[in-house]
Design a protein around this ligand. Structure first.
Ligand code: SF4
Length: 316
């Protein structure tokens, strides 16, 4: 059932700006400072400082999961769907993209092929991905959309020097120049307390666009393909200024944790999905020694996700 949890006008985006692949808003890699934060890593620290440490400081590898791989596959199909001429963007076209996109993912990451015990298990998993794509067509009509960008890499430096970075699933620009940020989630719409968390990610992206383009996005839209719900939110300047202050405060907390070497576990609901339990004191484990860091050295950029799943942790 479609639900618009935070209602804001959605019209005006269908006959959008120029179609095509996404040029990055990002500066050249060699110009990037090391103090950077993505919404996924910000969420990690908020969830559990030790999880942030394992992912950003220790850079521990994480095994692929069927849920994360399904999210990546569905995102890839929805990105490619807009390469097809508008009238042909049908559920059948999306279904036809599933296998080729899966083959591409496996070619890039061969360990994904080992996710399934046999073909039957893989077929069930593919059918779940197909059901999510079918649900998408019940929420939007892609024949009436021409996204301005897909999988858009964005970056913006805050006045403090902290670099914010991330990837936006889809950016729509109306003929009037209004911006809509769209994010696909392959999980289900969260309860109210977790919804604030999902919207933090969207506000984070809105701050990046506001700071890099000088424009406040008119609409933030989360599309939950797990249960067919849409959450929309219209930010304003006060909202984004508050989000920016929150991000800066979060970064100061990360720097304090790093200076003290104090990365405490914060057990909670996410532990069920955390693959680092064996190293976590909350589960009787011991973290490895912290890697040596030169005094005054900056944290490594956190944009690369050790799981290879980029922002997909949000979908669990
Ligand atoms: S198991 Fe839980 S408490 Fe431990 S690192 Fe993972 S998320 Fe944090």
């Amino acid at each position: 059932m479609r639900q618009e949890a935070v209602i804001a006008p959605a019209a005006g985006f269908e006959p959008a700006g120029p179609a095509g692949a996404s040029p990055a808003d990002a500066p050249p890699a060699d110009a990037r400072p090391a103090r950077s934060l993505s919404p996924s890593r910000a969420a990690d620290f908020l969830t559990c400082p030790l999880l942030y440490r394992f992912r950003v400081i220790d850079r521990l590898p994480e095994p692929p999961s069927a849920a994360a791989a399904r999210g990546t596959l569905v995102h890839a199909v929805l990105e490619r769907l807009f390469d097809v001429p508008a009238p042909a963007r049908s559920p059948q076209t999306a279904a036809g993209l599933l296998e080729p996109e899966w083959d591409k993912l496996v070619a890039a990451e061969p360990e994904l092929a080992g996710l399934f015990a046999d073909d039957a298990e893989r077929e069930v998993w593919l059918a779940q991905a197909l059901a999510m794509l079918d649900r998408y067509f019940g929420l939007e009509d892609p024949t009436r959309l021409e996204p301005a960008h897909r999988e858009l890499q964005v970056e913006a430096a805050l006045p403090s020097g902290l670099l914010l970075r991330g990837y936006i699933d889809r950016l729509d620009v109306s003929p009037a120049g209004d911006i809509r940020i769209v994010d696909y989630k392959t999980g289900t719409a969260p309860r109210a307390d977790f919804e604030a968390r999902a919207l933090f990610q969207m506000r984070f992206y809105a701050v990046v666009l506001w700071r890099s383009r000088g424009t406040i996005p008119r609409l933030l839209q989360l599309i939950y393909l797990g249960n067919g719900e849409i959450v929309r939110y219209a930010p304003d300047e006060a909202d984004l200024a508050a989000t920016e202050r929150k991000i800066e405060a979060l970064w100061r907390a990360i720097e304090r944790a790093r200076a003290a070497g104090d990365w405490r576990p914060r057990p909670g609901r996410f532990c069920d999905w955390c693959c680092h339990q064996a190293l976590c004191p909350a589960f009787g484990g011991s973290p490895p020694p912290l890697p040596a860091v030169r005094p005054g050295a900056a944290l490594p950029p956190d944009g690369q996700d050790p799981t290879g799943a980029r922002d997909r942790e949000y979908e669990l």
